[in-house]
Design a protein. Sequence first.
Length: 72
Amino acid sequence: MIKSLYNALSKLELEYHELGEIINETIVLTAKSLDAEGISEVIRINELAGKFNLITKWDGQNIQIKKQSQTF
């Protein structure tokens, strides 16, 4: 599921975040801009992760996506 989501995210034109690598079964997206409009991008990413039964953690800048059974 992580790789499928990663592939889906790589096809999006992300404006406020940069897609990193998969590390320890976790996808990390790094903030490129702290623009308030980036929140809508975070929401889209979260909704997409939910379709893959994955959970999203956003610290106000960067995003981590993992399986539901893993802890942050």
